[in-house]
Design a protein around this ligand. Structure first.
Ligand SMILES: [Zn+2]
Length: 252
């Protein structure tokens, strides 16, 4: 099991990458709102056989009101009382009502990519606060969850275009066009290797499984870009994005 210091160092490495991503996010007020949520107070958690414990909290943090962040390392999955839903977290997840974000450190991804996932989950945390659902046992409807996920993924693809720069933008636009063609011709999209465009956003990786994950992520991001770019009617684009989101809810 990792030491508290290892957990804190990993969190700091992710937070450093969040700061670098945010440099490209000036046109997205939503990102500032997500960071303000962190500034209001958060706790970094560790886990042992006695349950979760805080290993770092900002001065204003309050267990009952503020966000909790848990980085899931390999050794953690051996803790018997860790909830299965957290053990099974394969990328990152926001848990309501506990108002808790888990980020898996077991994926082989770069800290920059983990920072992207963290920002995505902060979007869910912010939505839960705004909707009064954080620390509440009220569950959002499936339609509400889908709409929230669609909005967050839409911002994800726009943010990655800013972070990845012109080369990534060209690759994403090409992929979006190809996806329109694949769907029009009712073909299965060919994804292999396309996700390497995300190296411009996240840095490169060697692991084949991570490359495959990026192929899928790149497709997901470009499907939303394709809908917004190639459907002239914004309502149609929104409906298409909602349908895609509902079909792939577990992915992000
Ligand atoms: Zn999500």
């Amino acid at each position: 099991m990792p030491t508290d210091q290892k957990r804190l160092s990993a969190y700091n490495a992710i937070a450093d990458e969040v700061e670098k991503i945010v440099l490209f996010a000036s046109q997205f007020p939503e990102i500032s709102e997500r960071l303000n949520l962190l500034r209001q107070g958060f706790m970094i958690m560790a886990v042992d056989e006695n349950g979760f414990r805080s290993i770092h909290c900002t001065p204003t943090a309050d267990l009952q009101r503020n966000l909790k962040i848990f980085l899931l390392f390999k050794g953690d999955t051996e803790v018997t009382n860790l909830p299965t839903v957290i053990k099974n977290c394969s990328r990152a997840h926001y848990f309501q009502p506990a108002h808790h974000i888990t980020i898996s450190m077991n994926t082989g991804e770069t800290f920059r990519c983990l920072a992207f996932r963290f920002l995505h989950e902060l979007g869910h945390a912010l939505a839960a606060v705004k909707n009064g659902l954080a620390f509440s046992n009220k569950n959002p409807t499936p339609e509400h969850r889908t709409a929230e996920e669609m909005e967050i993924r839409t911002l994800d693809y726009k943010l990655m275009i800013e972070v990845g720069g012109p080369t990534y933008k060209s690759a994403a636009e090409k992929m979006a066009l190809d996806l329109v063609r694949y769907h029009t011709q009712r073909q299965v999209p060919f994804l292999e290797g396309r996700g390497s465009a995300l190296d411009f956003c996240f840095g490169s990786v060697q692991c084949l499984n991570v490359k495959k994950e990026r192929d899928v992520l790149f497709q997901v991001l470009c499907e939303y870009l394709a809908a917004d770019t190639h459907l002239p009617n914004p309502d149609h684009a929104k409906q298409l994005k909602l349908g895609m989101t509902a079909a792939t809810m577990n992915w992000m």
